[in-house]
Structure formats: C-alpha cells, structure tokens
Write a protein that binds this ligand. Sequence first.
Ligand code: FAD
Ligand code: UDP
Length: 384
Amino acid sequence: MFDYLIVGAGFAGAVIAERLACAGKKVLVVDKRNHIGGNTYDYYDTAGILVHKYGPHIFHTNSKEVFDYLGKFTEWRPYEHRVLASVDGMLVPIPINLNTLNQLYGLHLNTNEVEAYLQSKAEEITTIRTSEDVVLSTVGKDLYQKFFRGYTKKQWDLDPSELDASVTARIPVRHNRDNRYFTDTYQAMPAQGYTKLFEQLLSHPNIKVMTNTDYKEIEDSIAFKKMIYTGPVDYYFDYCYGKLPYRSIEFQFHTFDMAVFQQTGTINYPNEHPYTRVTEFKYLTGQSHTKTSVVYEYPKAEGDPYYPVPRPENAELYRKYQLLTRALPDVYFTGRLATYKYYNMDQVVAQSLTLFKKIMAQEEISGNAGDSSLPLPSFNGKGS
Ligand code: FAD
Ligand code: UDP
C-alpha cells in the first residue's frame, strides 16, 4: 500500500514526492511520458550536446528557500540570461531598456532622460486590464507594435487585448542599461542539467517511479491512500465542463557544425518569422563543444499542454473545475497544469513545498504525521 500516488514527475510532483518520502511516506510517482523531469527534461542529443526537450528552461528565483532546497540536489552554475529581439533589421536588447531605445532609434538618451521620453510615448489608460494596456501605457504604440503585438499573436494566437495583463507584464521596461532578461537574486542552472537534478530528487528509497504510465491505467489496480495530481485539471475530471485551453509548441532542433550560432542565448523574432524565438543551448549550459545545437519554437494549438492561457473566460472555466477539486479531500492538485497557472519553475517548487507543509499540518491534526522534522538530505553529486 502506498501512502501517496503522485501523478507527474515534473517539479510539482517530484518535489512533493521527495518531501513526503523524507517524512516516512511511501510514494509512487507515475508519469505518462518515458522520462522524469516533466517539461524541464534535458538529454544529450546525437552530437553530444545537452538540450532541453521541451524548450529552453532558465532557472531564476527570488526565493532563498526554493534555491537552497534545490541546491540539496544539484550544484549550480551561475548563468544570467540575455535576449536580443530582431526588430527593424537590428538585434536589440529585450526587456526594453535605455540601450534598446538608443540603438533602435539612434538616440543618445541618458538614464535621467529615459523616463520622460517613454512618458511622452506612453498612452494614458486608466484601468490596466489586458496585455495590450500594459505595454501601451508604459512604452506606447510603436514599441508595442515592434516588440509585443506580433510575438504575442504568434505565441497565443490571440491579440494582446484578449489576454490578461499578467502575460506581457512578465517583461519589464527598464530605465537603466540592464540587458539581463531576469533580475532575480538567484540566477543559475543545474550544473549537470535538470534530469540529473530529478534523479537526485527522486532517489529516496521510499519513492518508486513508473514512467510510460497514465495514472488512469493503474489507479484501480494499485492500493494508495491519497493522490497528488499535477496533470491537466480538466483531464482529471474527464473534461466534464469542456476543455481548458492550453497552448502548445512545436520544437525544432538543429545542430550546426560551428562553435557559435548566434550572439546570445536567445533571439526573439517578434515579427518576421513563424517561430517566436531561437535558443542556443551552450550559452545556458556552459558546455564546450565544437558543434552547437539550437531550438526553434513554433507555437500551435494542438499538442502537449504547455501554457495555460490567462484570460477571463478561461479563469472562469478553471474556477468550475477548482470547485470540483475542493470536494475531493484525498486528492491534492498542484503545479502549472493542475492549478492552471502560468507559473515558472520556482513558483511550482514553492507551491509544492507549501502543499507539503499543509499536508503535514493536516496529518498532525488527524494524528497521522510521519517525521516531518527530518533534515534535508545533502547532495552527494551522484545520480540514482
Ligand atoms: P510539468 O513539468 O508539465 O509536469 C507534469 C507532468 O505530469 C508531465 O511530465 C506529464 O507527462 C505528467 N502527466 C500529465 N498527465 C498525466 C497523466 N494522466 N498520467 C501520468 N502523468 C501525467 N520556467 C522557468 O522558471 N524558466 C524558464 O525558462 C521556463 N521556460 C519554459 C519554456 C517552455 C517552452 C515551457 C513550456 C515552460 C517553461 N517554464 C519555464 C515553465 C516550467 O516548465 C514549469 O513551471 C514547470 O515545468 C512546471 O512543472 P509541473 O510539474 O507543474 O508540470
Ligand atoms: N513577449 C513579447 N515579445 C517578446 C517577449 C515576450 O510580446 O519579445 C510577450 C509574449 O506575449 C510572451 C510574454 O510576453 O508570451 C511572456 O514572455 P516570456 O519570455 O516570459 O515567455 P515564456 O518564456 O514563458 O514563453
């Protein structure tokens, strides 16, 4: 008898599995894919270059708790991601900052002038509701058209005016010359890659892992007390209220017989191509190799569910499913797909760490708790 059946071996499932296992619980982790790691899964391609199967994953967080927790299972390689956008025949930094404006428009603004410059371009919008409002109200129409409108249309097949403000609000506008994509306190990549990190996370003897298995194939034949579900929430309920929209992507990989393919880790193509961005993995991983591998991202409607689509009608539909989840005291829903939230990796890790504390508190009340005070295992550098 397992204490927990955990559906999904991505960050949401693997973190809660590790925490529960350390607290003395027997857990079974199932994933329908043929590997662990969820969307962060990485592997060596035929040229011997470490690539991310489901698109580039760059780790960044402001949470010391999350960074320290994951640091028990991996060494870190410091890495600050930089992105250029292909606009008007130039490659300019995104997020838009002072360097972007000067390069794009041939200006010589300094840090004291940039705010007034952007204010003179920005549109007055009293209530910021949509992704269009966010951008127009900070940088105005021209930059909106050049950097955001086409990219967003490609990525989501929606106009920015049809998406929640939170989507384009992920990309700040800076008044300084900081070209980094993220400014989080902790920015680093797992030194041996994500899959190795997951091998460590799932290496506890109380954890069994079963891949190539949809949980619906085994849930009636395996004895377990409670479930943690990290797959798409609508699938759990057999789409009883209809399908929640998730956006998918086709990833096209190419290996080139050259050491360096492009100027920086990622180049965004807001307008002129059917793909949104091209990422060269060696920048992210620090690997040395005479060849180089890149991935092109072509957004599409059908396929693996990668992105929840943040807009009011989808939030409404999710709320109906969420009400159903609340009626199931023995099933916990966590992660990007199960809670229909556009979360980064660190947010998913934090969500599962919080869920673990909640479960332990509940078990303490009902007198079931194992040893939740067990220390974290220390990293031994070996895969399982
Ligand atoms: P997932 O990783 O999706 O794991 C869920 C698992 O559940 C999957 O392995 C799936 O196979 C399994 N599953 C689903 N249904 C079933 C079933 N019925 N039975 C058994 N198993 C099932 N975040 C960042 O912080 N930085 C980035 O740079 C970044 N880049 C990204 C780029 C792309 C293209 C995408 C799509 C996402 C990116 N993210 C990034 C987000 C990151 O991938 C997620 O936050 C994180 O992987 C979510 O973890 P999860 O465990 O919730 O979901
Ligand atoms: N975005 C854009 N142009 C860009 C970069 C981002 O319009 O050059 C918008 C687009 O809507 C995108 C969102 O901002 O989906 C979030 O971008 P991010 O890079 O965070 O996307 P992710 O890495 O999650 O795919």
